[in-house]
Design a protein around this ligand. Structure first.
Ligand code: UFG
Length: 334
């Protein structure tokens, strides 16, 4: 995807995180200047490579307004900063609501104060909740089961209200499972602690951890394991560039799924890891993980219709190859 952003500043809130760093790179690749806002609680300073950064915590309203004021001529804001670990949200809803919802409110207020009108918000398929309707359409009733999903849905609603009352132009992207890494191998998935399937399985494949657990092998799926829609993080990043182009073409409001439409099981992931790395992944069958849904995959048609976006890098082999390249660098292995 190319869209000329020459001379344009895009504020990327959460730009030091996994998806945020890829968004910054995509902005820079198109000639723009990504300015990372991050509190660096989980984001990495070494992931900020394509533009300046501001250390700011969205929970601090005055500091948030100060940071936005420094960059008040920005062309658009991308908001990705949030607490994301679903299990922690169940134990610490206060922390999740404060960080995600209060933080987003402070961001929206700073944008309103400064008349910044273009916002791309990173939401999630976790806002839909339990349903047998697959693939998931944007019109599906949203009834999230996790605190994480509830905070993201609350922010979706806040943004809709700001659109209606104050003229905010917004694009809400509901990501499915972000995966893979930039082809350069420079940035990738580095959570601490890591809870996601692919990085855990890669570590198990090369013996950097013991046997991994596969949570649930008795689901009603062809191989008994959960099914997810893995979308390459570079495709997610490029969806933001399509969004910036859509603003330029006059779009003022939309919610779209960012997925591939294809479901892949946990065991299919392990198999592909063996094919790509040459190492089998040792695992034990474990009980189901709290909050996991059997299958989740997107209907990606609306993103194509409204933004012109389709996933181009998301075949499973490429996802695993790029994730592997990144982790080989981090772990210093051949
Ligand atoms: N899994 C295992 N063993 C592990 C880790 C994961 O079996 O050690 C399984 C999970 O149970 C699930 C699948 O691998 O069946 C995928 O799990 P991930 O944790 O990688 O991803 P999730 O689908 O749980 O989470 C993703 C995003 C979240 C988002 C969620 C929405 O990472 O931020 O989708 O459903 F909230």
């Amino acid at each position: 995807m190319t869209f000329d952003l020459t001379g344009k500043t895009v504020i990327v809130v959460g730009g030091a995180g996994y998806i945020g760093a890829h968004v910054c790179k995509a902005v820079a690749d198109n000639g723009g200047i990504p300015v990372t806002f991050d509190n660096f609680s989980s984001g990495h300073r070494h992931a900020v490579k394509w533009g300046p950064s501001e250390t700011v915590d969205l929970r601090d309203k005055a500091a948030t307004l100060d940071a936005f004021t420094k960059h008040k001529s920005a062309h658009a804001v991308v908001h990705l900063a949030s607490s994301i670990e679903v299990g922690i949200g169940e134990k610490d809803p206060a922390g999740f609501y404060e960080n995600n919802v209060v933080g987003a409110l402070n961001l929206l207020e700073a944008m309103r104060e400064l008349s910044l009108t273009n916002l791309i918000f990173s939401s999630t398929c976790a806002t839909y909740g339990e349903t047998d309707q697959m693939p998931l359409l944007e019109s599906q009733v949203q009834n999230p089961f996790s605190v994480y999903g509830k905070t993201k849905l609350a922010i979706e609603h806040m943004i809709q209200s700001y659109h209606k009352a104050y003229g905010l132009a917004y694009i809400t992207l509901r990501y499915f499972n972000a995966s893979g890494a930039d082809s350069s191998g420079l940035i990738g998935e580095e959570h601490d602690p890591e809870t996601h399937l692919i990085p855990i399985a890669l570590a198990a494949a090369v013996g950097l951890r013991g046997k991994m657990k596969i949570f649930g092998t008795d689901y009603d799926t062809p191989d008994g394991t959960c099914i997810r829609d893995y979308i390459h993080v570079s495709d997610i990043a490029s969806a933001h560039i399509y969004g910036l182009e859509a603003f330029a073409n006059g779009l003022t409001q939309t919610e779209v799924n960012i997925g591939t439409g294809k479901g892949v099981s946990n065991l299919e992931i392990l198999k592909m890891i063996e094919t790509v790395t040459g190492h089998a992944v040792a695992y034990d069958a474990a009980p189901r993980r709290d909050g996991d849904l059997t299958r989740l995959y997107a209907d990606p048609k609306r993103a194509k219709e409204v933004l012109g976006f389709t996933a181009e890098h998301s075949n499973l082999k490429n996802i695993i190859q790029t994730a592997w390249k990144f982790h080989q660098g981090v772990w210093n292995i051949k």
